[in-house]
Design a protein around this ligand. Structure first.
Ligand code: CP
Ligand code: NVA
Length: 309
């Protein structure tokens, strides 16, 4: 059976820990001349939405480890002109060894994976962004030495990032407080699933940002209007304006809290410039770590972790 990575819930806690360990190893070795564990491997990268980090981290990472990557914008391939997702999956998977896809409805990704003959990685859908949270967990491990006994506060829109954090908390067991306005709550099905995965999950949903941030080790936020939500931008900004991560809010966290953001950031909207540019912010390391976390996922899905890498 082909193994995909469409959601963090496709992984076990043990596998998440393993991927973080492998990511650390890749980070140490990526510039060694003879370290080419992805020799001959081609990644197809389908983008139906914009990207800076995801494209660069996958593409540069593949090349560094001896493989290659092909950028497929939906503006240029037949998928964007009405070729079905099923036919596209069947065809594209005949040319490459593994595929990542960034798209809109999560169902589109699932359908693609069902018809692909090679592993598929979710590089962001409207529902989930698992690669980002894997890189985030790796970053937290680097900064705090632990991913189990921490308190993460997610403040802002209950979007694809919030949903992915919910699965991560259910699987790994850390404490997660999510503060959103009631009308921007995370996906109900994800919350339901999370408690099915782990009935003892330490996940709290609130509309009170201060309550969420109290004694947090990590404060996380994301844009108020995600890609595809351009028409709702004004309404969401109105709903979310009291959820900004600012000097007052962070004063409720632990003194040595770290600030995280998947980026791109909108300074003075979801986060004050003074916070994202402060010594608490780890956003640049977080962005860099996308490369190592994703390469670890690729190695796992194509079965190269058993080769001693
Ligand atoms: N964080 C993230 O996925 O960034 P991009 O949209 O630039 O890929
Ligand atoms: N929630 C954001 C994440 C971008 C990486 C979006 O979907 O646009």
């Amino acid at each position: 059976m082909i193994r995909h990575c469409l959601s963090l819930k496709d992984l076990t806690k043990q596998e998440i820990i393993e991927l973080i360990e492998v990511a650390g190893n890749i980070k140490k070795r990526i510039n060694e001349i003879n370290y080419k564990p992805l020799d001959g491997v081609i990644l197809g990268m389908i983008f139906e939405k914009s990207s800076t980090r995801t494209r660069l981290s996958f593409e540069a990472g593949m090349k560094k480890l001896g493989g290659d990557a092909i950028f497929l914008s939906s503006r240029d391939i037949q998928l964007g002109r009405g070729e079905t997702i099923e036919d596209s999956a069947k065809v594209i998977s005949r040319y490459v060894d593994i595929i990542m896809i960034r798209t809109f409805e999560h169902q589109r990704l699932i359908k693609f994976a069902e018809h692909s003959t090679v592993p598929v990685i979710n590089a962001l859908t409207d529902l989930l962004h698992p690669c980002q949270v894997l890189a985030d967990l790796f970053t937290i491990k680097e900064k705090r030495g632990d991913i189990e006994h921490i308190k993460v506060a997610f403040v802002g829109d209950g979007n694809n990032m919030a949903n992915s954090w919910i699965y991560a908390a259910a699987l790994v067991g850390f404490e997660l407080n999510i503060a959103t306005p009631v009308d921007c709550a995370p996906n109900g099905r994800v919350v339901y699933d999370a408690f099915k995965i782990n009935p003892y999950a330490k996940i709290t949903l609130t509309d009170n940002p201060k309550e969420a941030v109290k004694d947090a080790d990590v404060i996380y936020t994301d844009v108020w209007a995600s890609m595809g939500e351009e028409a709702q931008k004004e309404k969401k900004h109105e709903l979310l304006k009291s959820y900004q991560v600012n000097k007052e809010l962070v004063s409720y966290a632990k003194d040595d809290y770290i600030f995280m953001h998947c980026l791109p950031a909108h300074r003075e909207e979801e986060v004050e410039a003074d916070i994202i540019d402060s010594k608490h912010s780890v956003v640049w390391d977080e962005a860099e770590n996308r490369t190592y976390a994703q390469l670890a996922v690729i190695m796992k899905l194509i079965g190269r972790l058993n080769d001693g890498y």
